[in-house]
Design a binder for this molecule. Structure first.
Ligand code: PGA
Length: 254
């Protein structure tokens, strides 16, 4: 059994509708309900399915999280859902700054920061900050620079209650949904860098760093065995029961 605590986080994005999300949540709950576990599992369904999937999954010890939220609790913000509203329907986690938010919806480092502040000040949710470089930034040897800028914008002078987990997902943009996963040793190097930067920004905290980007049942083990990789954030391969269960089962080999 693994010495380190592992985290299996599933980002269902907008792949599944309400019915599909609930069918998958029920199937998952059925499969794992009587199994002993020493890992943390969290599912991020679409916002419409949060309440029902939370009821199903929370009952069997699986957490749920919101994929994105707004930093004001209530008000005239058509189309938005606040983090506190997500907490009220059973969520424990919130993704912040996922690369699809940053790149497709032009979310800035500043917005990411305000979201983090709202989550930490007004909710009990655990934020999962996503960081990562684009293909071009990597080609120009700017990976470290980008990671530093994203982490600094998020955490510099941020007051963090040390009792709360600090979770980061390293998700290189070029690896997300492409089948072109980052080499595990390369990911380990980036995780080490992230750990170092976070330690400079917030003292006395041990960040939990997950890898995400084309993780599947075949490659997940190679990530989990790296020293500074505490788990995986999985998109596509988490939306099918078989491959998700396989990813979790692989961890037993550790
Ligand atoms: P992927 O997505 O596993 O489909 O590459 C990961 C993510 O975006 O969190």
């Amino acid at each position: 059994m693994s010495q380190k605590k592992l985290y299996f986080f599933a980002n269902w994005k907008m792949y599944l509708d309400y019915d599909e999300s609930n069918i998958l949540a029920n199937g998952l709950a059925e499969e794992i309900k009587n199994k002993e576990r020493n890992y943390e599992m969290t599912i991020f369904p679409n916002a419409l399915s949060l309440q029902t999937t939370s009821q199903t999954l929370n009952d069997v010890g699986v957490n749920t999280g919101i994929q994105n939220g707004y930093w004001i609790d209530k008000g005239g913000y058509t189309g938005e859902t606040s983090f506190i509203m997500a907490e009220n329907v059973g969520c424990k986690y919130a993704l912040v700054g996922h690369s699809e938010r940053r790149h497709q919806f032009k979310e800035t480092n500043h917005e990411v920061r305000i979201k983090l502040e709202n989550i930490l000040n007004n909710t009990r949710l655990t934020p999962v900050l996503c960081v990562g470089e684009t293909q071009q930034e990597r080609a120009e040897d700017k990976t470290l620079e980008v990671l530093e800028a994203q982490l600094r914008a998020a955490y510099d002078s941020l007051t963090w209650n040390k009792e709360r987990d600090l979770i980061i997902a390293y998700e290189p943009v070029w690896a997300i949904g492409t089948g072109n996963a980052c080499e595990p040793l390369d990911a380990q190097i980036q995780h080490e860098r992230i750990k170092k930067i976070v330690n400079q920004l917030i003292s006395d905290i041990k960040p939990i760093i997950l890898y995400g980007g084309s993780v599947n049942a075949e490659n997940s083990f190679d990530y989990l065995k790296q020293e500074d990789i505490s788990g995986v954030l999985v998109g596509g391969a988490s939306t099918k029961l078989e491959s998700w269960l396989q990813i979790i089962k692989n961890a037993e080999k550790l």
